[in-house]
Structure formats: structure tokens, C-alpha cells
Design a protein around this ligand. Structure first.
Ligand SMILES: NC(=O)C1=CN([C@@H]2O[C@H](COP(=O)(O)OP(=O)(O)OC[C@H]3O[C@@H](n4cnc5c(N)ncnc54)[C@H](O)[C@@H]3O)[C@@H](O)[C@H]2O)[C@@H](O)CC1
Ligand SMILES: Nc1ncnc2c1ncn2[C@@H]1O[C@H](COP(=O)(O)OP(=O)(O)O)[C@@H](O)[C@H]1O
Ligand SMILES: [K+]
Length: 498
């Protein structure tokens, strides 16, 4: 699914209006209906609803929603902030449609800012994607009062005061519990810095024309079920273990064999045909007893990796989880990436080693997959001042080094060397605990070995990992969930997507 900036969404609105054809006021009616449908399935008419409108089209949506909720027997109080801005045509039409139905309370001075008694659901329709400058004055007074009221807020399209496509410097922004956005997700929703200004967000379809969406170019996409499903490889009837790839994972050190074990189990559950674990000697008994399906290639070093063997017979190589940064380990990493000569997966200490020895970047095979969490990415690419700048750095790093970067977190972002970025839509905060990253490395390595091109191994791996986390959380809850639970749900994650 494409993520598009406000300007391009406006083009799609305009195209739909012209070519469907549909009048702009009827498109607004459709948007308001879609929002109302979402709202009524979540909140029953026992709730008192307060709708706060601006006078642009977002405000027009708010007026139409107020009318629809009133028809459905919700108790609706309605306010419009009427400052100097001249109202949009569709706002005015909706204003007329409300005559005799609901009174519109005008807010024209600070004294008219409502009290917001508790227990209301507040619908935020002040500004949408037309926000053009920081919020101040009377608008700021209203937003502060809304945020301080303690009421549940639902924003129409985007929280008022939040810029859809760039960093928002001001903190005068509505803090909704839910954002219900029209058809196309906004880039702002994927930025950790905006989390309190977005809440849980939902996309509702308002029937914008598909051909118009296709015409708009974008470098940003959201990974969805449909996309991943279409990329999954099927098992052939005459398949044997040799046809599902041979993976080699170099992982573990004394005290960190757990990382190697998690990575191994995840690779196996993701479907690799044959898995070999290259680990330090101290991990031999652990690996053989805990993961009997894996073959073990013990290193000469007792506590950490000191060398590497013949890598030519492997289809994929994953390196990094728990390896530490001892000098011999650094040396073998430098050598093995060149000896392997094909795209591989590098995680954790493997990335920290690269950050310390940047010359390795120059010898990485094209489309190698790097899977940093934000701190590891900072070590590789330097600091950023906000999340939009972080995204710029991510894109630049992937294209300058011809690598695929999987920047982990909520909405993990996968940057390709072409400049495209795919944001994940699966996963949950229960996954924020030690070891889940090692699981991801095992999964992506496994997919690479099974013949997925690096770009698809990264996308399918990240999405599947999140689905496994979501399924695990349904059973364990988010707080008690651990990385091993996630591995147990990889098979169900496959079933769920198919
Ligand atoms: N046909 C369409 O274009 C559709 C638009 N829709 C709605 O329209 C919204 C966009 O509407 P608009 O483009 O009218 O924009 P908005 O309703 O977001 O607001 C625009 C108005 O606010 C003013 N403004 C912007 N920032 C301000 C600030 N900081 N302080 C004071 N005034 C400020 C602008 O000058 C303009 O007059 C979407 O978010 C969506 O809710 C939906 O109804 C779907 C269909
Ligand atoms: N809030 C969150 N929502 C969704 N996924 C998350 C969240 N926090 C972490 N994750 C996922 O969990 C994994 C954590 O990886 P990482 O930080 O490397 O942990 P570790 O090194 O302990 O294995 C990543 O795949 C990340 O995307
Ligand atoms: K809004």
C-alpha cells in the first residue's frame, strides 16, 4: 500500500471528483460515512459526543459526521472555531444541512473555548492534511483544552496540528487515542516521535479511484498481508531438504549462546532445508541438545568465533547475533563477507563491528541485508535530530552502500538501495524484549537460503516476524511474551497469511 504526501492525496481526490465523476461534497459525504461507520462500531450511542471543527474540509467532515451521529441517536454537541479563515465551500454546504438539526456553537474568542466535561468522546476535526503552519492563538487554546480534558479523542484523518509529511516542531497538537484516516496512510503515522499524536490508527476506504492512486509515484509503502501473501513461495510436491536451501549462521559467544539458539530455531521454523550453526566450542553441547535439527560446525575458539570454514556450499549466510567484538571475530567477519560473495544478513555485533571498521562497507556484497535497531543504526550512520531526518539518513545509507537496511522498531522500515522504503504493519510492543531481533535474523537468513531475493527475504521476514508476534501476544499477552514464544508461532504466522 502506498504512503503519499498530502499534495498527492489532493491530486487523487481531484482526479476522482473529475473522473468518477463525483461532486466534491458527495466525496466528503462518503468520507464522513466511512468515519461514522468506524465510530459506531466502536462506541455505542450511550456516549456523549463533542465534535470540534475548523472551517476547512476537515471541519466539513466534522459537520457531516455530527449530522450522521445525530441521526443515529448519539447526543452530539458541536463547535466550530470561526477565526479569520474563510470557510471552504463544502463546509458551508454542510453548515446549511445542519440547520434545524444541531446548533453549531461558534468559538470566536478565548472566552468561548468549551469546558469539555469528562466522559465525552471528542471528535477532532479542526485541521486535516491542509495544515500549513504551526498552530497558535485561539486554535491553540482549543487544542490545549481538548488535550487537558482527559476525554478520549478521535481525530478525523490526522490529528489537528500534526504535519503529515514533515517534522512537527510545535507541541500544540491534538493527542488522540485513535486516528481514523482516509484511504491512504500518511508518513507521519510511522514516526516514533509522533506516537502520542497518532494513537492507534485506522485506514477507512472512501472509494478514491485506484487508477488515480496508481498514477501517483511514491518511494514509501506499507507492507500488508496481501503483498506478502503474493510473494510466499509454495512447496513443490517433489521437494527435498536440498531444494529448500542450505543456510549457515555464525553466531554466539560465551554467555550469549541464547542468541545463536534463538536464531537457529527461527531459521528452522521459517523453513530452511538444512541449517549449519558455526559457533564457538563452548556452545557445542548447548546447540546439539537444544536444537537437534541443526548441524554444528564448532569454531576453534572456545569462547568466541576466531575463524570461518568453507562457505561456498551455502545459499545464505547470517552473521552477528551474540558474536561479541573480539579481534579474531572482527577479522573473520571481514574475511567471510568477501569469501561468501553473495548477499548475506548482518545483525547485532556484526553491525557494531562494521561501525568500527567502515572499510567493511566497501566490500559487502551488493544487497546485503543489515538489520540494525536504532542505536546500531546511529553507530553506522550518525545522529539525527528528528525521525524525518532519520528516514533521510536511512535512505541515503542504503543507496550509498548498495545495501538493504532493516531499521527495527514499531513499524520497522526496510530501505532498499533504490530509495524505496517499506514500513511494516505487523507486530506489537510485546516484541520489545531481548532476543526477538535474533529471531528475525534467523528468519531472514532462512528465507534467503530458500531462494527469496534479498529484498523479498527482508520484507517477508519482517512481516512474518510481526505476525508471529501478534499471534503469540493473543495467547501470552504482550507483557509476558518472550522471543521463544514468537518462534513457536512462526508456523501459525505462515498459515495465517496463506
Ligand atoms: N474532496 C476532498 O478533498 C476531501 C477532503 N477531505 C478532508 O479534507 C481535509 C483537507 O481539507 P483542507 O484542504 O480544506 O484543509 P484543512 O481542513 O486541514 O484546513 C485548511 C484550512 O485551515 C487553514 N490553516 C492551515 N493551517 C492553519 C493553522 N496552523 N492555523 C490556522 N489556520 C490554518 C488553511 O489556510 C485552510 O483555510 C482532509 O484532511 C480530509 O479531512 C475529505 O472530506 C475527503 C475528501
Ligand atoms: N514497539 C514495538 N512494536 C513492534 N515491534 C517491535 C517493537 N519493539 C521492538 N519490536 C521488534 O522486536 C525486534 C527487536 O529487535 P532487537 O532490538 O534487535 O532486539 P534483540 O537484540 O534483543 O534481539 C525487532 O524486530 C523490532 O522490530
Ligand atoms: K483532524
Amino acid at each position: 500500500m502506498k504512503i503519499l504526501p498530502a499534495g498527492q492525496i489532493r491530486n487523487i481526490d481531484a482526479y476522482t471528483i473529475k473522473n468518477e465523476p463525483i461532486r466534491s461534497i458527495d466525496l466528503m459525504e462518503r468520507a464522513a460515512k466511512a468515519f461514522t461507520r468506524w465510530f459506531t462500531t466502536r462506541f455505542s450511542p450511550k456516549y456523549q459526543v463533542t465534535v470540534i471543527c475548523g472551517t476547512g474540509n476537515n471541519g466539513g467532515d466534522g459537520l457531516a459526521v455530527a449530522r450522521m451521529l445525530n441521526e443515529k441517536n448519539y447526543k452530539v454537541s458541536l463547535y466550530a472555531i470561526k477565526k479569520s479563515a474563510s470557510a471552504s465551500d463544502d463546509f458551508k454546504i454542510n453548515e446549511k444541512r445542519l440547520e434545524g438539526l444541531i446548533h453549531i456553537n461558534k468559538i470566536t474568542s478565548p472566552g468561548e473555548v468549551p469546558e469539555f466535561s469528562t466522559g465525552h468522546i471528542v471528535i477532532d476535526a479542526i485541521f486535516g492534511s491542509g495544515l500549513s503552519r504551526d498552530v497558535e492563538g485561539l486554535y491553540a487554546d482549543v487544542i490545549r483544552a481538548m488535550n487537558n480534558s482527559g476525554n478520549t479523542i478521535v481525530s478525523i484523518d490526522i490529528a489537528s496540528g500534526l504535519f503529515a509529511d514533515r517534522h512537527t516542531f510545535s507541541d500544540i497538537v491534538v493527542k488522540p487515542e485513535f486516528t481514523v484516516s482516509f484511504q491512504i496512510p500518511k508518513l507521519a503515522f510511522f514516526m516514533p516521535e509522533n506516537s502520542r499524536y497518532v494513537g492507534d490508527w485506522y485506514i477507512v476506504d472512501i472509494g478514491l479511484m485506484q487508477e488515480a492512486i496508481e498514477k501517483e509515484a511514491s518511494d514509501y509503502f506499507m507492507l500488508t498481508d496481501g503483498f506478502v501473501k503474493s510473494e510466499l513461495k509454495k512447496r513443490e510436491k517433489f521437494a527435498h531438504k536440498g531444494t529448500h536451501g542450505r543456510a549457515l549462521v555464525m553466531a554466539g559467544s560465551y554467555g550469549k549462546m541464547g542468541a545463536a539458539v534463538l536464531c537457529a530455531k527461527a531459521a528452522l521454523r521459517t523453513g530452511v532445508g538444512l541449517l549449519t550453526m558455526n559457533i564457538p566450542r563452548c556452545g557445542y553441547n548447548i546447540m546439539q541438545s537444544v536444537v537437534p535439527e541443526a548441524m554444528v560446525l564448532p569454531d576453534e575458539g572456545d569462547h568466541f568465533l576466531t575463524s570461518y570454514g568453507d562457505v561456498s556450499k551455502f545459499d545464505a549466510l547470517g552473521i552477528g547475533p551474540g558474536i561479541g567484538q573480539e579481534q579474531e571475530t572482527v577479522y573473520s567477519l571481514m574475511q567471510v563477507v568477501q569469501a561468501f560473495g553473495k548477499p548475506l544478513v548482518i545483525d547485532a555485533d556484526g553491525l557494531n563491528i562494521i561501525a568500527q571498521h567502515r572499510e567493511i562497507l566497501e566490500v559487502l556484497p551488493s544487497k546485503t541485508i543489515l538489520t540494525p535497531h536504532p542505536k546500531e543504526f546511529e553507530r553506522l550512520a550518525g545522529k539525527w535530530s528528528d525521525d524525518f531526518e532519520r528516514l533521510e539518513k536511512l535512505v541515503a545509507f542504503a543507496s550509498e552502500n548498495d545495501v538493504i537496511v532493516v531499521l527495527k522498531g514499531a513499524h520497522t522500515s526496510i530501505a532498499l538501495p533504490t530509495g524505496e522504503v517499506y514500513f511494516n504493519s505487523s507486530g506489537n510492543p510485546g516484541m520489545a524484549s531481548g532476543g526477538t531481533g535474533d529471531v528475525l535474523t534467523g528468519m531472514i537468513t532462512s528465507l534467503l537460503a530458500q531462494g527469496y531475493l534479498p529484498e523479498y527475504a527482508a520484507k517477508v521476514g519482517v512481516y512474518l516476524h510481526g505476525v508471529a508476534g501478534d499471534l503469540a501476544a493473543e495467547v501470552t499477552g504482550q507483557i509476558g511474551m518472550i522471543a521463544s514464544d514468537l518462534i513457536d508461532f512462526i508456523p501459525d504466522a505462515y498459515q495465517n497469511i496463506r
